[in-house]
Design a protein around this ligand. Sequence first.
Ligand code: FDA
Length: 513
Amino acid sequence: AVGAGDDAARNLSSCLTSHGVTTFSLPSSPTYAALLNSSIRNLRFALPGVGKPAAVVLPSSKHGLRAAVLCARAAALAVRVRSGGHSYEGLSYTTENRVPFAVIDLAGLSRVRVDGGSATAWAEAGATLGELYHAVGTSSRTLAFPAGSCSTIGLGGIVSGGGFGLLSRKHGLAADNVLDAVLIDPSGNILTRDTMGDDVFWAIRGGGGGSWGVVYAWKLRLVPVPDTITVFTASRTGPVELVAGLVHRWQFVGPNLPDDFYLSVYLPTGGGSSPDSNVSVSFTGQVLGPKRRAMAALRRSFPELGLAASELAETSWLDATAQFAGLATAADLPDRRLGSKQYSKGKSDYVRSPIPLHTMAGIVRYLATGPPEGGCVILDPYGGAMARVGSGATPFPHRAGTLYGVQYQVYWDEDPGEAAPVGWLRSLHAFMAPHVSRAPRGAYVNYLDLDLGVNDWTVAAGGSSEAAVAHARASWGAAYFGDNFDRLVRAKTAVDPGNVFNNAQSIPPLVNV
Ligand code: FDA
């Protein structure tokens, strides 16, 4: 396989050079490791045992990007597209079964053009959320974009999978605010909304990255925000019963607050070996309005939280995005090098009926037995605009009736082998089964989880089979997309019947079978 990879890399290299693309790196190059590792966030996939690409290509124009796709195909390499590199399962820079592959990294395609007059922006897909937020927030204090909170996430991945954030109860997912897109298909055609067809334009807005082609750029609808908003993080520590009581009560508050309110829950793992140990919880809040209004509404609807005026601060949306990204100032938002690199594993769920108080106490107790300082559970409130979009309007099906999303995370700094934290995470996920959505048990495609099932491609262009489609439909397809899965298969078959854009959980096409 190594020899085949070497030949392929030579072919790729001469093809790229003949197309005028010189920014690529082969394993023999001194820049290769730094370029490959530049945006790997999850160190599980930087270990020496993980198969490495035959080349990393860093195009700097749409035409260079197109050439990269065509040259990788001509060299019989599998294509892996990377924007911000935040894939929880490393799917943007690894392959299954050691198939030789090339990474096409869009970090050099990160221009953002804001048009304040029409409240729209064109953003190249390699731009990070921080680059987008900075461009939007510095162009106007009253324009914003609804997406995630970590500044180094790439627009290529997050928008492809939906994109939930602090503005989503007011304005929906990032994908709900895509007006147009430029997609390069497997044959090198450059498609827009008008030419890609309705099914494909629908699929690229929530059907997950890596299945459809390369998104070169998104046209985004920017949304209005007041020039002053209110933010807070309210932490509480106490006995299990107190914390469970707050989280139990939150289930009735968070998803039902006015759309201008976002209030999420963060529960760290660890904290208690004995049944009497104190545990903690924090509530992250953003309110699109002044502190006075935020205080009045939260004191009325959630008096148990005992929010003090001193816990709230007024700021601009731009400064709030920096704060929630953990940055010192908004000037750091465009810096792609910031953010931590750790070993990690995530899983997700959706809750449709409030969890009873005694069960919530059991969950909080279970979390207390988890890795100390090495994990968390985050509850994201839905409702509002999230519930007003139909469950088939985009591939993302978790809409009306979903109270909140659950994200489970474990992370660790050394590589002792993954058994302990990942095993604990899986047992937590099993423990939660009776309390979350069922038939199907939902999951969020942007919180990729290969435990749900995988494709088993053994060649660069994955192929197509009824069995692959049935397997995907019955496992991760149902969890991520519910009833939308079959339309995704139709879109895939239309745009990429040869399955050039594949990965461990890409949508399989259904051709001639
Ligand atoms: P990456 O480059 O790894 O790509 C992810 C997938 O999309 C891969 O399959 C890749 O091939 C494909 N892809 C990338 N660029 C593409 C392109 N231009 N065209 C086609 N396919 C492309 N999510 C959320 O909704 N809200 C949040 O607040 C957060 N917060 C968060 C914090 C942290 C620290 C992490 C690690 C992750 C999140 N996420 C999140 C999840 C995040 O949305 C998800 O991991 C995205 O897929 C990341 O997109 P990147 O472009 O960074 O990833």
